[in-house]
Each structure stands twice: as structure tokens, then as C-alpha cells.
Design a protein around this ligand. Structure first.
Ligand code: ATP
Ligand code: MG
Length: 213
């Protein structure tokens, strides 16, 4: 049976924290491949605060192009309306019928799901396996997860994964660009080049859809 990892996120921009998380999950959980799914319209974020999805998709593509086990899906960015993970997982379960799905998150995201803050969280928690990665700044262990369990049943399908700590966030990357501080070695080189080329995250950023190259 194929073991398919799914990594959702805004990826605004993608950084080495995301990539280390996905690669560690792939190896620790013996996944055949990992699908990155940049969100189209994150339900809890103001669209004006988010970079156009085509930029985020292309940066995610560039960041993962050299890894034969990772691919990037347009599923959410090509869908109109809010991007609810539960809808995405439903679609993937139908598309990859027979595959075992593993939704990969960082500690902050799994805690939101466990507290019931995502759309239809209890239902989502029934639909696949979850791999919850440690993340600097967030406490993650089985006791904490159990205390915030919105489902009222034992969570045998939620797995905690320790990864090398990378205190990187997209928020910090955006702030660094805005204040002219370096982002080299925090994001893949191609992503850094893309950010510079398109003037993303600058105070005077055009925030236009990409055109051509
Ligand atoms: P932002 O600061 O804009 O929220 P982010 O860095 O949190 O960006 P997201 O796109 O929100 O990135 O996160 C996508 C997924 O990756 C989430 O499950 C998040 O918990 C996880 N993640 C992000 N950064 C890390 C990191 N440094 N270590 C582990 N997991 C991470
Ligand atoms: Mg985040």
C-alpha cells in the first residue's frame, strides 16, 4: 500500500523548516512520497496579507524540484472558495484510493486541529494519520495532545515526530526582507532569488501575479 505524506501550508514563503519537516517525516514514517499543497485561500488570513498563490506555488515548486520524493499540488490554489484541509483530504482519499494518507504538520498546527479550531476538526482527525513535528516555541508531547483532544476518543493515529530544531518561520522571513536583513541559508537559494526578482515582501512590493518568468 502506498504511503502518501501530505504537507499543507501557506508557504509564504517556503523555508528550510518546512523542507526538513517533510524529509524527516518521509524517512521516519517510510513514506513513498510527500505532496506539498500550497493553500489557495487560507480561511483565517486576510487575502490582502497573503502573496498571490501563483508566487507561493512557484516558490514551493523551486524549493522541492531536486527532491525526487516530493511533488507540489495545485489542488487548493486552483479551487475557488476557502481552502479547508478536510475537503482536500477527502479529494486526495478519492484520487489516491488505496493509499494511506499521512497529514504532516508542525506543533502549532496540530494543536489548533486538536483544539477544534480548524473546519470540522473532529472529522478531519478521523480521516488519516497525523504526523506532528516538534517546532521551537511550541510544546508538543502526547500528554499535551491528549489534554486538547476535541474528539473525545483515543488518538491512536496522531504521531509525534522529533526533528532537528529550526527556529524559522515565514513571518520571520518576510520581516527580514522588509527590514533588509539576510535570508540566505534560511530558504533555498532559488527561493531567495525568486523573492528578489519579483520584489516580494518589500515595503513597496507590487504584489502582482507573476507574469512569464
Ligand atoms: P507563518 O509564519 O506565515 O505562519 P509558517 O512558517 O508557520 O508561516 P506555514 O505555511 O504557516 O509556515 O506552515 C505550514 C506547516 O509547516 C504548518 O504545519 C507548520 O506548523 C509547519 N512548520 C512551519 N515552520 C516549521 C518549522 N520551523 N518547524 C516545524 N514545522 C514547521
Ligand atoms: Mg504558520
Amino acid at each position: 500500500m502506498t504511503r502518501l505524506g501530505v504537507m499543507g501550508g501557506t508557504f509564504d514563503p517556503i523555508h528550510h523548516g518546512h523542507l526538513v519537516t517533510a524529509e524527516e517525516a518521509r524517512v521516519q514514517f517510510d513514506l513513498d512520497r510527500v505532496l506539498f499543497i500550497p493553500s489557495g485561500h487560507p480561511p483565517h488570513k486576510d487575502p490582502a496579507d497573503i502573496t498571490p498563490s501563483e508566487h507561493r506555488y512557484l516558490m514551493t515548486f523551486l524549493a522541492t524540484v531536486s527532491n525526487p520524493h516530493i511533488s507540489v499540488s495545485r489542488l487548493e490554489i486552483d479551487r475557488s472558495g476557502p481552502s479547508y484541509t478536510i475537503d482536500t483530504i477527502r479529494l486526495l482519499a478519492a484520487e489516491f484510493a488505496g493509499a494511506e494518507l499521512f497529514y504532516i504538520t508542525g506543533a502549532d498546527a496540530i494543536m489548533q486541529i486538536m483544539r477544534g479550531e480548524w473546519e470540522r476538526s473532529p472529522e478531519l482527525l478521523e480521516m488519516c494519520e497525523f504526523i506532528a513535528a516538534t517546532r521551537p516555541g511550541f510544546v508538543l508531547d502526547l500528554d499535551v495532545l491528549r489534554r486538547h483532544n476535541c474528539t473525545g476518543r483515543p488518538l491512536v493515529n496522531v504521531h509525534v515526530m522529533a526533528i532537528p530544531a529550526l527556529a524559522i518561520s515565514s513571518t520571520e522571513i518576510r520581516a527580514r526582507v522588509r527590514t533588509h536583513r539576510p535570508i540566505k541559508y534560511l530558504v533555498p537559494e532559488a527561493v531567495e532569488a525568486y523573492i528578489v526578482k519579483h520584489g516580494l515582501y518589500r515595503e513597496d512590493s507590487w504584489r502582482r501575479e507573476p507574469s512569464g518568468g
